[in-house]
Design a protein around this ligand. Structure first.
Ligand SMILES: [Zn+2]
Length: 217
């Protein structure tokens, strides 16, 4: 069917009757003729002007195909469905953290029973979570030991650490006391020096009173 047919409305204005290429839909839009009255060639409408009006009401003209809004919508839908389906590739989830078996848990509890000092809430001797894990072996993770310990026994730390901390504290006290002793001694020295000065002053006064004779003393 002819896409653009020159026509005139009731008032005699130039119009274009436009036909959808894909269905019987028809629309009349205002335009003007690019051919003059009296030209020999058949009347030709101003296509550009007609297309502007068509565009305003949702018609399209793509690759020489004129489509009404409905057919344009269908075309777009088809184009979209033709597009390759985008497959979202989800990266494989990180493997869940290894968990202890029941048997491993029981072994950890048994080891902690031996190694943990429930009275002082610390490991006995030099023991640590890592030490227990290494002792049990079989893929036992220090984190599993820590979890069981926190849950059923008590905080981290061991006797050695507590002892060292105690020793550090003792030594710090000793240093503080020695510093205090030095301060006291310094004060005594200052006082003695003041005394010495007093005697020295008296000696000078006497020497001055006696005069040159004293110099022979
Ligand atoms: Zn149509």
């Amino acid at each position: 069917m002819t896409q653009f047919v020159a026509d005139r409305d009731d008032r005699g204005n130039a119009t274009a009757r436009c036909n959808c290429d894909e269905c019987p839909e028809q629309i009349v839009v205002k335009t003007n003729y690019i051919t003059r009255v009296g030209d020999r060639r058949p009347i030709e409408i101003n296509k550009t002007k007609a297309l502007m009006r068509l565009q305003d009401v949702g018609w399209t003209y793509v690759k020489n195909v004129l489509r009404c809004p409905k057919c344009e919508a269908n075309r777009k839908e088809k184009t979209v469905s033709k597009e390759p389906t985008i497959v979202t590739v989800t990266p494989p989830a990180a493997p869940p953290l290894r968990q202890p078996t029941r048997e491993q848990k029981r072994l950890i509890v048994a080891a902690l029973d031996d190694a943990y000092d429930m009275t002082n809430l610390r490991y006995k001797g030099l023991e640590t979570d890592k030490g227990i894990a290494e002792m049990l072996g079989d893929g036992t993770m220090p984190g599993w030991v820590a979890a069981v310990r926190e849950d059923m026994f008590g905080p981290d730390g061991n006797e050695e650490m507590s002892d060292l901390a105690g020793e550090v504290k003792d030594w710090m006290n000793k240093v503080d006391m020695e510093l205090a002793a030095i301060k006291t001694a310094m004060l005594a020295i200052e006082q003695s020096r003041a005394e010495v000065k007093k005697y020295q002053d008296r000696l000078f006064k006497i020497a001055a009173a006696i005069g040159p004779k004293a110099e022979r003393v």
